[in-house]
Design a protein around this ligand. Structure first.
Ligand code: NAP
Ligand code: MG
Length: 402
């Protein structure tokens, strides 16, 4: 078979630890034998971020702005322990936070359903997609420890010199305080990408926040969603027979447990972080979830929703066999290749992405899977395989289709 060629480069963002090991295996076994990969490579492994004082992360985001589509491996977000481990001068921000704040937009996370792995909520028959706002709130906060008595105020100095002040709290004892913000422009694009995604997926959209408590901040999100819906999307939703509604986060949590799925659930940044992990775990595994950042300017960044699987990496370093699930990382590649194909009018590339996904799920449905799935599978004849064996089995399955 002749290798499939690519017109425009795909932005390839390498990462850390076990996922970096999987990344190379996936390229060697599942991509390069079939596709003449045309990628522009950025190494966001923590060592290279250290060498470039994190400039490589900004370069990678700019490359996505240039070419439109990127695929990213999981990366370490440094904390105190990592600072010591990698001898860092400073704690770099999370690469995802840098990418998301430069590209703006919404992260859509959808579980990957496969025969033999049943969601633990028995009413769920279809995937539930979390649409996570990717800008601001506590991810761009300012925090302070308050050592003792004193007053904390919110002060807004307008450009014309007018000052608006509010007391946050008059401390009589030590405590803590935090300031967060968001931007109308970002919330508007969050709303637009959710409505557009729901129409494309032909699924209902829920947006939930806590406007009973956060009357101004969350209320503002609610009002912007309502306005964008009424002005730009209502007709299309009605025509498609779809619905949109706003509700309280606690109500959404209660309702989702009774729903049969097939819904897009739009969440603010923090709720999206939490509920996407809850959903992926309830649907099976963190490694069985796709994640894509859709920016309002039409850029796409595909990744796995899980981290670098550190514990498995340390085993790997000791020469022990690991059984790490590569499905989410494979699907990050297929998502990105399919989107690249779509934008370039490259049907062959899109078809390849479909086949690779089919081969991945087909392998699991034959009973061949990594340890995390084996624990959950209801299939009768299952076999636990190593990280490398799983990818080789997917390759065999893929070759049988070609
Ligand atoms: P994690 O890497 O997602 O792993 C947490 C646990 O979940 C693992 O120890 C493993 O459980 C299980 N797991 C996750 N992915 C798996 C897979 N593909 N196959 C099998 N099991 C899987 O989260 P973490 O340990 O909290 O974080 C590790 C590093 O990743 C941190 O430095 C963090 O900053 C980074 N991180 C990066 C991203 C990102 O780049 N998108 C996201 C989250 C975290 P068992 O050990 O029980 O097998
Ligand atoms: Mg998270």
């Amino acid at each position: 078979m002749e290798k499939i060629t690519m017109k425009t480069p795909l932005v390839e963002i390498d990462g850390d630890e076990m996922t970096r090991i999987l990344w190379k295996m996936i390229k060697d076994e599942l991509l390069e034998p079939f596709v003449e990969l045309n990628t522009e490579y950025y190494d966001l492994g923590l060592l290279h971020r250290k060498e470039t004082d994190d400039a490589v992360t900004v370069d990678a985001a700019n490359a996505i702005k240039k070419y439109g589509v990127g695929v990213k491996c999981a990366t370490i977000t440094p904390n105190a322990a990592r600072k010591k481990e990698y001898d860092l001068d400073r704690l770099f921000p999370s690469p995802n936070a840098t990418l998301r704040s430069m590209l703006d937009g919404t992260v859509f996370r959808t579980p990957i359903l496969v025969k033999g792995i049943d969601p633990c909520v028995i009413s769920w028959k279809k995937p539930i997609t979390i649409a996570r706002h990717a800008y601001g709130d506590i991810y761009k906060n300012t925090e302070m420890v308050i050592p003792g008595k004193g007053t904390v105020k919110l002060v807004y100095e307008a450009e014309d010199g007018t000052v608006t002040e509010q007391i946050v709290h008059t401390f009589k004892e030590p405590g803590i305080v935090q300031g967060i913000h968001n931007l109308d422009r970002s919330i508007v694009s969050f709303a637009r990408s959710c409505f557009t995604y729901a129409l494309n997926a032909h699924e209902d959209l829920w947006f939930a926040a806590k406007d009973t408590i956060s009357k101004t901040y969350d209320g503002h999100f609610r009002d912007i969603f309502e306005k964008i819906y009424e002005e730009e999307f209502k007709d299309a939703f009605e025509e498609a027979g779809l619905s949109y509604f706003y509700t309280l986060t606690d109500d959404a949590v209660a309702r989702i447990m009774k729903s049969e799925g097939g819904i897009i659930w739009a969440c603010k940044n923090y709720e999206g972080d939490i509920f996407s992990d809850m959903l992926s775990s309830a649907f099976g595994s963190l490694a069985m979830m796709t994640s894509v950042l859709v920016s309002p300017d039409g850029y796409f960044e595909y990744e796995a929703a899980h981290g670098t699987v550190q514990r498995h990496y340390y085993k790997h370093l000791k020469g022990e066999e690991t059984s790490t699930n590569s499905v989410a990382t494979i699907f990050a590649w297929t998502g990105a290749l399919r989107k690249r194909g779509e934008l370039d009018g490259n049907g062959e590339l899109m078809h390849f992405a479909d086949l690779l996904e089919k081969a991945t799920l087909g392998t699991i449905e034959k009973g061949i899977m990594t340890g995390d799935l084996l624990r959950l599978s209801t299939l009768e004849n299952t076999r636990k395989v190593s990280s490398a064996e799983f990818i080789q089995e997917v390759r065999k399955e893929l070759e049988s289709y070609l």
